[in-house]
Design a protein around this ligand. Structure first.
Ligand code: HEM
Ligand SMILES: *[C@@H]1O[C@H](CO)[C@@H](O)[C@H](O)[C@H]1NC(C)=O
Ligand SMILES: *[C@@H]1O[C@H](CO)[C@@H](O)[C@H](O)[C@H]1NC(C)=O
Length: 326
């Protein structure tokens, strides 16, 4: 009897211990992972609030969809998706906005500020700026005719950042194919995912200074395409003059970016590197002939990008104003 009682009491202790371990595991996982229902009770109208604001910004100016997509990319590639890209410089740190890839180039911060204040009105101190960036990027792609995906949520916002992190992690348009592959591989992406993500350049604009050498020094560019761009991008001057990254359908999220590459009409040096006799040529061909597979792979790669080292649980904070820490 004593033995049985002792057995049963230690079985109870074991069951308790197992439940405790399971509880710790579940709580641990839920604070370390993102989920699609993160705000479903704390901010049920979040997604419709963001979508309405993005649709209105994009219908006001189609390019804004491109700018919002790029903002999320530049956020995630620098210390993870933590809204660090939005932090203005302070007395304590120089932020990311003056980095080579961002200065006089990054756009859409005002739209994010507008969305943030609308979200603060309905759900005060609840939703991170990093999550708003992730949802706004998805809604932008959808607004311009591209694929949709489910955005997992629960990111929190950083309290600091560095200029050097931005300069060291955002790929430059001067990179060759192996440089592009390693820049994305440093973030855990395959070459195929890098090609899919580059398809974001089916929308938006670039400044003359980012593609000038391609117009005057490169052989793998369509001659009449180069000539027509030179008019707006002279050998000197006009650094900020804009040209569409996809000259054919600049405000449609489609697979025309890849079609352009096949005829040597990539705008950036880095764009044409994806189809220049190297290892990614076959993938560019595949996305040109199958837009559904581009859409699928782009959506999956965006989900993966949105998962780059988020702050979760009690790390970081929910900024009240996206441009500065609380
Ligand atoms: C593959 C490496 C990449 C390089 C070298 C690169 C480089 C650039 C450059 C130089 C510009 C023009 C900036 C300016 O002149 O102001 C640009 C624009 C843009 N990039 Fe990328 N990018 C890359 C990947 C990506 C990815 C992965 C995304 C998103 C998923 C993206 C989205 C965009 C968009 C949408 C624009 C247009 C922004 C606007 O019109 O405001 N890029 N990129
Ligand atoms: C700079 O850091 C100090 C010490 O952490 C803090 O008290 C101060 O508020 C910070 N200043 C700004 C502008 O963030
Ligand atoms: C690519 O660029 C890197 C760095 O500039 C250089 O070392 C490498 O030789 C280049 N690769 C090719 C195939 O041109």
């Amino acid at each position: 009897m004593f033995k049985i009682k002792s057995f049963s009491s230690s079985a109870k202790q074991n069951a308790f211990a197992i439940r405790l371990i399971l509880h710790v595991l579940v709580v641990g996982l839920s604070s370390a992972q993102l989920s699609s229902n993160f705000y479903s009770s704390s901010c049920p109208n979040l997604l419709s609030t963001i979508k309405t604001a993005v649709d209105s910004a994009v219908s006001n100016e189609a390019r804004m969809g491109a700018s919002l997509l790029r903002l999320h990319f530049h956020d995630c590639f620098v210390n993870g998706c933590d809204a660090s890209v939005l932090l203005d410089d302070t007395a304590n740190f120089t932020g990311e906005q003056t980095a080579g890839a961002n200065a006089n180039s990054l756009r859409g911060m005002d739209v994010i500020d507008t969305i943030k204040s609308q979200v603060e009105n309905v759900c005060p101190a609840t939703v991170s700026c990093a999550d708003i960036l992730a949802v706004a990027a998805r809604d932008s792609v959808v607004a311009l005719g591209g694929p949709s995906w489910s955005v997992v949520l629960g990111r929190r916002d950083s309290t600091t950042t560095t200029l050097s992190a931005a300069n060291n992690n955002i790929p430059a348009p001067t990179l060759n194919l192996s440089g592009l592959i390693s820049s994305f591989s440093n973030k855990g992406f395959t070459a195929k995912e890098m090609v899919a993500l580059s398809g974001a350049h089916t929308i938006g604009q670039a400044r003359c200074m980012t593609f000038r050498p391609r117009l005057y020094n490169e052989a793998n560019i369509d001659a009449s395409f180069a000539t027509s761009l030179q008019a707006n991008c002279p050998r000197s001057g006009g650094d900020s003059n804009l040209s569409p990254l996809d000259t054919v359908t600049p405000t449609s999220f489609d697979n025309n970016y890849f079609t352009n590459l096949l005829s040597q009409k990539g705008l950036l040096h880095s764009d044409q590197q994806l189809f220049s006799g190297g290892s990614t040529d076959s993938q560019v061909n595949a996305y040109n002939s199958n837009s559904a597979s581009f859409f699928n792979d782009f959506a999956s790669a965006m989900v993966k990008m949105g998962n780059l080292s988020p702050l979760t649980g009690t790390s970081g904070q929910i900024r009240l104003n996206c441009g500065k820490t609380n």
